[in-house]
Design a protein around this ligand. Structure first.
Ligand SMILES: [Ca+2]
Ligand SMILES: [Ca+2]
Ligand SMILES: [Ca+2]
Length: 280
């Protein structure tokens, strides 16, 4: 072969190979990093990255550290209110979580669901959290994502960490176990830095119990979300009406008031319009 043909052929090969790489990107199901808070609880996210398609559901089997139990499972930003989530703990600290919808699909990268954990009985330290290996009554495989047609897809998986304990060797506010999970040592993470570049510094993420390593996980202030459940529902309308009526309540967050100053009738109207799809 003449030398002058080699470069164009090489370029063509690189182009075709590059295209095939992007066309066959394998979605990644990932477990995040969570730290135990002062009240012996933690929030661990399960998300998807490298996503280039729409999916109908997820079925994941997760092995939690010993003596960690699940209080509840909540839907993440990827799943709409039409998605149903459930969880079972058939074998001690092994949990399966199923999230699916018969009518809609989800796409994009972000959080599928969040586990609210009780860590009061667990031992201090940096514990890895892994996807379970074997199958059982509640799960088809160790973890599965279904496409919009209900077919299981090939996945890559990334395990996560659960940082338990409040020991803080460098007195910077971030527990040793959390610094170990992210920086690989107990002093290497700065509270003022923003490890995942999502605009919220490490200290705020630790305080808010969001994932310091996931740019899709941060505390979002949703206007009109008076009870801070990341949804605008009739419950927000009721809170606003109670405040207007002078009835004492404890859950409302003033930061999300429509006026930006105080919660009033306009918040009740806003939430009603939102629920009725009259606003966005
Ligand atoms: Ca520290
Ligand atoms: Ca951050
Ligand atoms: Ca984050």
């Amino acid at each position: 072969m003449k030398i002058r043909y080699i470069f164009p052929i090489l370029l063509a090969c690189m182009f075709i190979f590059g295209l095939s790489l992007s066309a066959y990107a394998v979605p990644q199901l990932k477990i995040g990093v969570a730290a135990e808070n002062m009240d012996d609880s933690a929030r661990l996210n399960f998300g998807i990255a490298n996503n280039s398609a729409s999916y109908a559901g997820v079925n994941a089997k997760i092995e939690l550290p010993a003596y960690v139990s699940v209080k509840s499972v909540s839907k993440g930003n990827l799943l709409s209110s039409s998605f149903f989530t459930s969880h079972h703990s058939p074998e001690g600290n092994i949990i399966t979580v199923i999230a699916y919808s018969g009518t809609s699909a989800f796409s994009g990268n972000g959080t599928l669901f969040t586990l609210e954990l009780d860590t009061s009985a667990a031992s201090d330290g940096t514990h890895s959290v892994e996807f379970g290996e074997s199958s059982d009554t509640f799960v088809n495989s160790k973890c599965a994502l279904s496409d919009a047609g209900g077919n299981s897809l090939t996945l890559t998986q990334q395990s996560g960490y659960l940082a338990i304990g409040q020991t803080d060797s460098d007195s910077d506010g971030l527990p040793d176990a959390l610094e170990q999970a992210i920086a690989g040592n107990s002093t290497g993470l700065s509270p003022d830095a923003d490890y995942d570049g999502d605009g919220e510094d490490n200290w705020d993420e630790f305080q808010n119990m969001t994932d310091l390593t996931d740019a899709n996980s941060f505390l979002s202030m949703l206007a009109g979300d008076l009870n801070n459940d990341q949804l605008i529902t009739l419950a927000d309308t009721i809170i606003a009406l109670k405040i207007v009526a002078g009835i004492s309540i404890q859950v409302a967050t003033i930061d999300v008031a429509i006026s930006g100053e105080r919660i009033g009738l306009e918040d009740a109207v806003y939430a009603l319009q939102f629920v009725a799809n009259l606003t966005d």
